[in-house]
Design a binder for this molecule. Structure first.
Ligand code: ATP
Length: 338
């Protein structure tokens, strides 16, 4: 096997957690190539995503990504250019984020167990309000008015909903706000109603996004796959992380079926703990497990998840999970389980 993986560690705790997860991929025989895109390159050379980046990445099977963000670049200009550039440039339209409780002790929800919290959010990843389209008039006056355009296309909505149904075994629940968001909300609901009948064995359900937030907390066991738009997905996936142990455990995949995929922890660069050997590397390991699943290496992916569970079970954890271990100690323990 000669599989090639592009590694983009990024900023802050990104390189720290990727340094723990990357050796697992190396041990499985992958050839890793590191790309130093991030805050330092942006500040020293003015380059975020190099012009030939997308072309270069086409040689790889997958991208293993850390995090972007740096207090020296408060508007995250480099982060937008790199991460949004990759997501849109590679058309990685499906952002999949498992909301899976790995140990009963990790949830803040009363009487909920690992059997109750186990679903996946499919977040549309290329459209909505993040496109940077809009305007601000009468800036810095009491009359200031801002408009941010939230764009949704029929094709964009249809492909993420189709992907959700393709991956479901029991149910797909749409999170939307068609009662208040006149055009986009109606589009999402209509497309969902069109696609659902093509999958008669899958139960199709719909919830207003605010109700869905409440249901995540009240009865998470009702969900198998949730599908929603970019902004709603952004918010809901952090709520999902919150009920399963926090950002240190939240993994994600950005994919376009049949093409390259990008796998990254949900957390950002966490400048407050960067350089202190405190960052939880588990989300990076679990993102590597998603990468392995994507490349159909199901057995190593399963073993990696089991190793993370072992670490949690034995409290080999960083302070965010109540442990006293360092990033490197947790990483070494997990790798030793393999
Ligand atoms: P960015 O601007 O890059 O998104 P941020 O600090 O605003 O950075 P996150 O990095 O997502 O946002 O993190 C929010 C907080 O959660 C951090 O300040 C940190 O304390 C905590 N956190 C995030 N990831 C981890 C992790 N892997 N291990 C431990 N704590 C974490």
């Amino acid at each position: 096997m000669s599989k090639k993986i592009a590694v983009i560690p990024g900023d802050g705790i990104g390189p720290e957690v990727i340094a723990e997860g990357a050796p697992v991929l190396e041990q499985l025989g992958f050839e890793l190539t590191h790309f130093g895109w991030g805050a330092n390159k942006w500040l020293s050379e003015g380059i975020g995503l190099p012009p030939d980046a997308l072309k270069n990445l086409s040689d790889f099977d997958a991208i293993y990504f850390g995090a972007l963000g740096d207090p020296r670049i408060p508007d995250m200009a480099h982060g937008r250019e790199i991460l949004l550039g990759l997501r849109t440039g590679l058309d990685l339209y499906a952002n999949m984020r498992p909301i899976q409780l790995l140990n009963n002790k990790l949830t803040c929800l009363k009487n909920k167990t690992c059997d109750d919290i186990n679903f996946i959010i499919f977040r549309e990843n290329t459209q909505d309000i993040y496109g940077g389209h809009g305007s601000a008039s009468n800036k810095n006056t009491p009359q200031e008015t801002t408009i941010d355009e939230s764009r949704h296309t029929y094709a964009g909505v249809a492909r993420i909903i189709t992907q959700a149904f393709e991956c479901a075994q029991k149910s797909v629940t749409l999170g939307h706000k068609s009662n208040a968001i006149k055009f986009g909300g109606a589009l999402w609901q209509r497309v969902f109603n069109e696609i659902a009948p093509k999958y008669p064995k899958i139960k199709a359900k719909q919830l207003y996004i605010d109700t869905m937030a409440m249901e995540f907390v009240r009865a998470p066991e009702q969900f198998e796959i949730v599908v929603t738009s970019n902004l709603f997905g952004d918010i809901l996936t952090d709520l999902g992380a919150g009920i399963t142990g926090g950002l240190g455990l939240a993994a994600s995949a950005n994919i376009h079926p049949g093409r390259i995929g990008l796998f990254e922890p949900v957390h950002g660069s966490a400048p407050d703990i960067a350089g202190q050997n405190k960052a939880n590397p588990m989300a990076a390991f679990l993102s590597a497990a998603m990468l392995l699943d994507f490349l159909k290496l199901f057995e190593p992916a399963k073993k990696l998840r089991e190793a993370v569970k072992q670490a949690i079970e034995r409290n080999i954890c960083t302070p965010d999970l109540g442990g006293q271990k360092t990033t490197q100690e947790v990483g070494s323990f997990i790798r030793a389980q393999l």
